[in-house]
Design a binder for this molecule. Structure first.
Ligand code: HEC
Ligand code: HEC
Ligand code: HEC
Ligand code: HEC
Ligand code: HEC
Ligand code: HEC
Length: 441
């Protein structure tokens, strides 16, 4: 029995080696992941005086409706305006240009005349420091080429995980090799032990083939037949259940409209465009007038909006499609009267025998759009996130508590029903959310 002890200590050493190599591969993976973060924080370009980053925010909030940096809009282009006028004059002008014009300031009157006597809004709420920040922003040099290298793009994250995947694969392969070597060694040790104990290892003698043995054993045949039937039933069922389920359906739209850029980067509220979702049955697609509230002034995207996949030229062309559809001439800044409808492709579509109401879920139940539609603010291309099957609706009705607080309509029903079920909280299902008639006409 002493020899068995020896064999044990060999495997123990091997296991130790295995554990060490695992720890090593895991730590090297951890180190690989860390440095990717550090170089992402590029320092913002320094400017004299104000803070250009804050200035950009103020500019977008107050001035962008009428001014662009590099092109004339309602007002003149503002890049480098600090070179034209001195700061005290700019403070006065921006806080209240009409007053300045009325006071007879020659410079102010001249600009007013040059711009067809268009009136600029007054901004008494802006402090001198705010205006310094805005002017710092307008004094930044124009970005040259698309700054793809400096901007963290989604693609970069993907290639990072590619590297770590390779490391994990490498580590796994390494572990496999060690296991094989280990088996080989254990086998050798065992046969040595056997030899030492005088056991003769007889080579395998060919017996009746495994298939013949199988065919003779009726019980085995029965068990495997049942197993095969069950397995194929499982797949057939799965196949039939996904018929008519259009999860992840993402058709190509007539205008490449990106929710990522609108609802994500620019944080436009879903309900600004889909205002119907709050008050009616449908979510509703916005009319093109809603788009033009902003796009009268946004004829092109910023250089930084371009991604490796979609160039600035591509995006600008999409906005041009919008202009063609509503008949907007961006050079004269006026409508031509020639319109053509945009035929958006409908993505979500329940069968006609199902009744679904947005306001009931969005306004009454207070459910976020994202619960049912997924992280829309990250979608470059809109798609169907949920399966929209009956099971999906029912499942959520079983799990989701109804919001009772501050809703008088529910106070009385709640008291009665919670007594009936003996619970504090009520799910949508307990309120009647499983009754066929509620969802089916
Ligand atoms: C409602 C539209 C409107 C808004 C909003 C607006 N401006 Fe103006 N701005 C004008 C117009 C129009 C002119 C041209 C002068 C005129 O007709 O009064 C002008 C002129 C100017 C000028 C003089 C430019 C030049 O080259 O002569 C400056 C500077 C200026 N605006 C800064 C700002 C700043 C800063 C903001 C935001 C805080 C702002 N404007 C918001 C319409 C606007
Ligand atoms: C600036 C306007 C705008 C904003 C903001 C907006 N959307 Fe949309 N949405 C659209 C347009 C236009 C379409 C049709 C084109 C498409 O499907 O990409 C659409 C389509 C959709 C669809 C698919 C409709 C179908 O055909 O089934 C869903 C779901 C949706 N939006 C949800 C959201 C959610 C959730 C948000 C907020 C995170 C949001 N939208 C913000 C304009 C907007
Ligand atoms: C609240 C303001 C706002 C509204 C409303 C709005 N947009 Fe935009 N849109 C923007 C901004 C901001 C950008 C990005 C500009 C940039 O990146 O420099 C943009 C970019 C775009 C682009 C180019 C990028 C892309 O998504 O392909 C298209 C096309 C576009 N909008 C179409 C539309 C359509 C169609 C509607 C109406 C359903 C609409 N927009 C409504 C503000 C708006
Ligand atoms: C409880 C789940 C749920 C929530 C929450 C929800 N939706 Fe929907 N949405 C659906 C379903 C289901 C459909 C398909 C409706 C149909 O085909 O009749 C749909 C369809 C849509 C459509 C396509 C047009 C239509 O009405 O058929 C838009 C746009 C939309 N939703 C936007 C929104 C927005 C914006 C929000 C948030 C304010 C929101 N949805 C919240 C489930 C939901
Ligand atoms: C994310 C969870 C969720 C999903 C998914 C969902 N619902 Fe609901 N639903 C609710 C909640 C919560 C209520 C209770 C709202 C209330 O009255 O306060 C409700 C209420 C309802 C009601 C009213 C029930 C009543 O008692 O009056 C109907 C009808 C309904 N849902 C239909 C649907 C249909 C059809 C679908 C699938 C297409 C669906 N719902 C998907 C959460 C959900
Ligand atoms: C919460 C909402 C809801 C309730 C409650 C509900 N259904 Fe449905 N039902 C649906 C939806 C959504 C579909 C469409 C599923 C699809 O298109 O895949 C559906 C589809 C069906 C279908 C068509 C078969 C299929 O899968 O497409 C039948 C039959 C049906 N329901 C019967 C019932 C009966 C019977 C009840 C009552 C016990 C009931 N439903 C209660 C939402 C509901």
């Amino acid at each position: 029995m002493k020899k068995v002890g020896n064999h044990n200590s060999i495997t123990r050493k091997l296991f130790l080696g295995l554990a060490l190599s695992l720890i090593f591969s895991l730590t090297s993976f951890g180190q690989e992941a860390a440095p990717a973060v550090t170089d992402a924080a590029a320092a913002p370009a320094a400017t004299t005086g104000g803070d250009a980053v804050k200035g950009k925010e103020l500019f977008n909030a107050n001035c962008a409706a009428c001014h662009k940096l590099d092109a004339k809009a309602t007002g003149p282009a503002l890049r480098g305006v600090a070179g034209k006028y001195d700061m005290p004059w700019l403070y006065k002008w921006i806080k209240n240009s009409s007053d300045l014009i009325k006071s007879g300031d020659a410079q102010a009157v001249k600009i007013f005349e040059e711009n067809n006597k268009a009136v600029m809004s007054a901004f008494p709420q802006l402090s001198n420091a705010d205006i310094d920040n805005i002017i710092a922003y307008t004094s930044e040099p124009k970005a040259e080429a698309p700054v793809v290298a400096g901007v963290p793009v989604p693609g970069a994250a993907a290639s990072d995980s590619g590297v770590s995947n390779n490391i994990i694969l490498g580590a796994l392969a390494f572990v496999m090799v060690i296991l094989v070597v280990m088996l080989f060694l254990v086998n050798q040790v065992l046969s040595k032990v056997a030899k030492a104990n005088g056991i003769v290892v007889t080579p395998k003698t060919p017996t009746t083939s495994i298939w013949k043995a199988f065919a003779r054993n009726q019980f085995l045949i029965l068990v495997s037949a049942i197993f095969l039937l069950l397995a194929s039933a499982y797949f057939v069922y799965g196949f039939f259940m996904q018929i008519g389920v259009d999860q992840d359906y993402a058709p190509i739209q007539p205008i490449h409209y990106s929710h990522r850029i609108h609802a994500g980067d620019n944080e436009i509220n879903c309900k600004y465009c889909h205002s119907a979702a709050r008050v009616s049955k449908n979510g509703g697609i916005p009319s093109l007038n809603v788009c033009m509230n902003c796009h009268k002034n946004i004829a092109e995207v910023a250089e930084t909006t371009a991604t490796p996949e979609y160039s600035k030229a591509f995006y600008d062309e999409q906005i041009q499609k919008l202009y063609t559809a509503v008949g907007w001439d961006k050079t004269t800044q006026s409508y031509t009267g020639k319109t053509q409808p945009v035929k958006w492709v409908r993505i979500h579509n329940l069968p006609d025998f199902v009744y679904f109401n947005h306001s009931q879920h969005v306004t009454v139940a207070g459910i976020e759009c994202q619960t049912c539609h997924g992280p829309v603010q990250e979608y470059e291309i809109q798609k169907q996130f949920a399966p929209l099957t009956m099971g999906w609706c029912i499942d959520c009705h079983r799990k989701t508590d109804v919001k009772m607080e501050g809703n008088e309509y529910y106070t009385k029903i709640h008291e009665e029903l919670s007594k009936k079920y003996g619970v504090d909280k009520l799910t949508a299902a307990q309120m009647g959310g499983l009754e066929c008639g509620k969802c089916h006409y």
